[in-house]
Design a protein around this ligand. Sequence first.
Ligand code: NAP
Ligand code: G3P
Length: 477
Amino acid sequence: MARKWLEADADRTLPVVSPVDGSVIGGVHEYTHDEIDQVFATAQRARARWSARPLTERTDLLHRFADLLAENAAEVADVLMMEVAKACKDAKDEVVRSADYIRHTAEDAKRIIGETQFSDSYPGQARNKLAVVHRVPLGTVLAIPPFNYPVNLAVSKIAPALVTGNAVVLKPPSQGALSALMMCELAYQVGIPPEVLQVVTGRGSRIGDYLVQHPGVDLITFTGSSQTGADLARKAGMVPLLLELGGKDPAIVLGDADLDAAASDIVAGAFSYSGQRCTAVKRVLVIDSVADDLVAKIVERTARLTVGDPRSNAQITPLVDPESAAGAERMTKDAVAAGAVLVHGGGRDGNLVQPTVVDHVTEEMDLAWVEPFAPVLPVIRVRSAAEAIRLANRSEYGLQAAIFTNDIDIAIQIAARLDVGTVQVNGRTARGPDHFPFLGTKASGMGTQGVRPSIEAMTRVKSLVVNLREKDLTTSV
Ligand code: NAP
Ligand code: G3P
């Protein structure tokens, strides 16, 4: 595989430094505005031919892309692991999951059908018009994924866009650009035209505004922080948006819950990939009567987590940047200074934050509301399910929530009152499986992802109305 961006003489306008060991693992070009204009002009020229190809040609190409990605999973995962400090097994799993995503999208796209309508189903209308309603591609899709899933969250945008006949301009995260470039290289190798899958590298803070305001954009699918997403939405203008943003997912634990199962799910949900997941469990709202037992079980499991180098498959690995690590440490110290109790962790060595559990957090503390994107878990004690619902909904975020209880009636009643995209009952908050709808309310996003919703979001309805004229059938026509 050509890996020019990893070679010593690579264009290093933007060196990629590994958070694992501080080494320079590659370099990418920072696109200029003129170059970005060229990219969109190329996409505009190429997409008509791409969308005119039979759907089964596009799906075959996607299947070949998925197969080659799976074959090269180890190589792509090695770069991904070093780029974003993701444990080697998780990095490999991400690439394999991405191949599965592509395959499922290709197959689902074949089952998108339209509908027909006759006019006389509407009052006062004769049966003289037939609407043939179908879906067409939007044009050029600007895809902007975040660092924490640089392959999977790129693929979750690229696959539905390409299979429906759009052209894609991908702006990968700066920390994750190498993995994204390797992935796209594989797409080109199987025959996906480079003109319909172009990668624009460069810091989002420097080229992002020019990209999102470009007249060549027909849809923006963005995954990242709520702050960046909201800023982007204000600047994008009249362009459809698909935004998957931040979260502060609560795990609500009721008095009748299976505390061992809840503790295991909470620890896995809070600390996998060092808490750098939008759907991580980012606060526990536990009924007072079982709080001591639950916290003890959470601490027992947290203490068993391995901490260190992703190359040795440690469960807690360095955060992607020192600012996140310092922010998490500061929020923890502030909460303890305000009366919370540090029951595990709290330490930091550079980007490496110890898995941290903070008990007796109150709603006066930032840790109750701010998304640290780090392995820090606040525990808030509540007196009732009603109080848990109030605190859950008070958050600016509405991505997911988890409810742990043995009473399905109560679980359904609570779920109905939570202003979130997804409620997990007796399970940790998570996006997968990837064909499930994935969405956030409030500051957590706009629109719905997942295989089928993403395919629909990257297309629009087109209606062909045939005006029918009554003909005399008795004559020889
Ligand atoms: P981020 O800083 O918002 O960056 C996300 C993407 O946007 C990156 O590719 C980034 O490029 C780009 N970007 C930055 N500034 C931009 C601008 N002005 N215009 C256009 N693009 C811009 O988020 P992150 O640090 O990568 O990811 C962490 C955040 O994303 C967390 O809040 C997390 O909750 C959220 N997230 C949400 C989901 C979800 O599905 N809901 C999934 C993953 C992460 P650069 O890398 O070059 O800055
Ligand atoms: O933060 C990435 C988001 O998509 C979470 O994915 O599968 O880890 O819940 P997952």
